[in-house]
Design a protein around this ligand. Sequence first.
Ligand SMILES: Nc1ncnc2c1ncn2[C@@H]1O[C@H](COP(=O)(O)OP(=O)(O)OP(=O)(O)O)[C@@H](O)[C@H]1O
Ligand SMILES: [Mg+2]
Length: 469
Amino acid sequence: MEVRIDNLSKHFPGVKGAPVVKAVDQMNFTIPDGKLVGLLGPSGCGKSTTLYMIAGLHKPTEGKIWFGDRDVTDVPAENRGIGLVFQNYALYPHFTVRQNITFPLENVRPKLPKEEMEQIAQEVANLVDIGNLLDRLPKQLSGGQQQRVAIARALSKRPQVLLLDEPLSNLDARLRLQTREEIRRIQRDTKVTTIFVTHDQEEAMSISDSIVVMRRGVVHQIDAPQVVYEEPVDLFVAKFLGSPAINIFDGELKDGKVLLHGNVYHEGLKSAGTFDLKDERIYDVAVAGGYQGTKAQYFTSLGVEYVEKVEETAKEEEPKEKGNFFKNFSEKMKAKKKSQFVPNVIEGELTLHSLHTALSFGGYRPSFGDFEEEVGKFIVEAGVNRNVKIGVRPEAFTLDKNENPAIEIEVLFIEHIGRDITIVANVLGQKHRIRVIIPAEERHKVKDKVIKVYPKRFYLFDLDGSRIL
Ligand SMILES: Nc1ncnc2c1ncn2[C@@H]1O[C@H](COP(=O)(O)OP(=O)(O)OP(=O)(O)O)[C@@H](O)[C@H]1O
Ligand SMILES: [Mg+2]
């Protein structure tokens, strides 16, 4: 069964005057019939909310959910033909495994004969490899076995769509690995369209046909695991996928050239525009992030005098109606309302950092990185000289010279992971820590404390996180 999410949103009212929580915001994606899709993203990004809307446990604020040609947006959960598995297996402790598995079948109308229910229980139990444990109680099973009972239960009604919300997070590392392979096998055998929620990128990479990478209720990228890894659409995706994480260097875009430690990494970019940090759109960013002050207070707090410039809209002197003072006065007020506020800098130099600090005092909550990303959009749009980020995956370095400029690093220590070794180092002269993975046979080349490494491949990200190269 194909599952299609069409402009789906879920907004929760803010508690105690806090702004509305856009848990899911105008999401679109399609899961092809019979595929396993991983919903991946950091804690709180809206994965469970998305899943519960698909399940019918949450009513969307906006948008539609389609199962094939059927609009299920208003169909109650029990009539959607879904199987749901949660993180904590939620088995009935006093029921045997068999009773737990047949429980969802009890409500099937017309009522199924007992023998048929037991036959189904045996089949799905065999499928998840617990066929010999049907008479046990949940407490007599290991965590991994309990989770498989939960999956068997979800499969017992032959769902058209299987929804799994972090089904492995309560298992130890080894069981996690086993159970995830098991889920993959079961999914292949049954060909049931499956959505697998996880915040573990490795889990998502290993199990999914394609991955939906989410952040703050918004989809960043949907692609096959390898594509998401090799061709991330932006800095967020690049940083979220990969362990150890991608190394990020603070470069500079100056007069069209991308520079890192004075070396040119790329040329020919547009960077000749101008952008004024007094741009009033920054105030709107501030307010969206919780800033409490008025626009005048905002500019004053930045050391900018905020003067009112009245547009002379009521210029033509109309003959005053005698004795109608109030009418004339209100006309005058209306004219004044059309006035513009114009910021004048009094002192000091505005930087993104000083702006962020000033806003934080006024109740703005997002981190500097988030602020930089938001305002970065305007700066990128203006096309000015600016900071950019150069990303190099740990395995994308070589010790051999190539066409890319070298990065000098100071080796701190070396980790052995399987066959490869990981050099943990500081970028020379900086506290910035990086990881470089090289094959064990090149170990002998790391003789000195300070060495040169060359990126075989690098990514270029703009100030707002978008990918340039
Ligand atoms: N019933 C609710 N009322 C208000 N806010 C909610 C509610 N449920 C979820 N949220 C908020 O919506 C956002 C998304 O929550 P959700 O549970 O979907 O995240 P998640 O991606 O599943 O996170 P995790 O990985 O931690 O399970 C969060 O900011 C959360 O606080
Ligand atoms: Mg969740």
